[in-house]
Design a protein around this ligand. Structure first.
Ligand code: C2E
Ligand code: MG
Ligand code: MG
Ligand code: MG
Length: 292
């Protein structure tokens, strides 16, 4: 009996695996035409300055409006795009959207405004990828480099390739800023923080989620913030969902917060309305808060 059940389990498992594989293959195939068919969407999530309580930045997050499956999350399609190399074209697409919107929105916010764009390691390592195109686009648009923040993960800087270093230096020359995404979840080496010119650390949401007065996450967040500030970096907490988390982050001098407590990622048109409403409110109060 146990033997039979075991055999059935094996059958069931391989069936599930086959389905997952089929799904991946069909996603990979459909992704190849996603850019050309105008199926990608750029969403924006506000980043709030914890001192002024104002929106000062945004992160752009990709969505895929699949003709049959509806809106697909990047957690599902980014890994596939990385595997097939399609991420290069998709990354160029979202960079262009972000740059155009940064140009449009900068006057609504102020001097600190910037849009963060996530970059997969492949977009740094692949020799055919970007940089020159990006530089050209910034010049074409007349957009200052500082309006863009590139988000990378720690892994990229652990054993950096000369190409990666060169590209980071190139960003630096353009004034493009750099953030370490999901900080604290990757490697324990911190030496890259002094080796590279980094502007922001983004505390991963797994720390923010657990925050309560004096607990382990609180101690870790506080230590990260103290260290970052001593190194001249600013800190963004991801995944802020409650007023309590916001208050605790403020108490330990975190610079910025991002999360569902403020807003989920939303389409560009909605984000623009949010900015316009805030600009109007600020104008009515006669306050000019540019620097966080
Ligand atoms: P990430 O860069 O760490 O982005 C933050 C993720 O946390 C986003 O998920 C966002 O929607 C989610 N989030 C924000 N606030 C909260 C909150 O309060 N609670 C919770 N539970 N989640 C929150 P999303 O949009 O599903 O993106 C997932 C990941 O996919 C991103 O993680 C990023 O690694 C990747 N990704 C998204 N867009 C792009 C892109 O354009 N290029 C590349 N290379 N990767 C991307
Ligand atoms: Mg990110
Ligand atoms: Mg993150
Ligand atoms: Mg992430």
């Amino acid at each position: 009996e146990a033997k039979n059940r075991g055999r059935n389990n094996v059958c069931f498992f391989s069936q599930a695996m086959r389905e997952a594989l089929t799904q991946r293959t069909s996603l990979a195939r459909d992704l190849r035409s996603a850019v050309a068919n105008d199926e990608l969407r750029d969403y924006y999530q506000p980043i709030i300055c914890l001192r002024s309580d104002r929106i000062v930045k945004a992160e752009t997050l990709m969505r895929w409006q699949h003709p049959k499956r509806g809106l697909i999350s990047p957690a599902l399609f980014i890994p596939v795009a990385e595997e097939t190399g399609e991420i290069i074209r998709m990354g160029d697409w979202i960079f262009r959207q972000a740059a155009q919107n940064a140009l449009k929105w900068q006057a609504l916010v102020g001097d600190e405004f910037a849009i963060s764009v996530n970059k997969s390691p492949m977009q740094f390592i692949d020799p055919s990828a970007m940089n020159n195109d990006w530089m050209q686009l910034l010049q074409q648009l007349g957009l200052e480099g500082k309006r863009i923040v590139v988000e990378i993960t720690e892994g990229l800087l652990l054993n950096p390739d000369p190409v990666v270093e060169q590209r980071l230096l190139h960003f630096r020359d353009l004034g493009v800023q750099v953030a370490i995404d999901d900080f604290g979840t990757g490697y324990s080496s911190l030496s890259y923080l002094s080796k590279f010119d980094i502007d922001f650390l983004k505390i991963d949401q797994s720390f923010t989620r657990e925050l309560s007065e004096g607990n382990e996450s609180y101690v870790l967040c506080e230590a990260i913030i103290v260290m970052a500030h001593k190194l001249g970096l600013k800190v963004i907490a991801e995944g802020v969902e409650t007023a309590m988390q916001r208050d605790l982050l403020r108490a330990i001098h975190c610079d910025y917060a991002q999360g569902f407590f403020y807003s989920p990622p939303i389409p560009a048109a909605e984000f623009e309305q949010l900015l316009a409403a805030e600009a109007q409110k600020a104008g009515a109060q006669g306050a000019q808060v540019d620097i966080c």
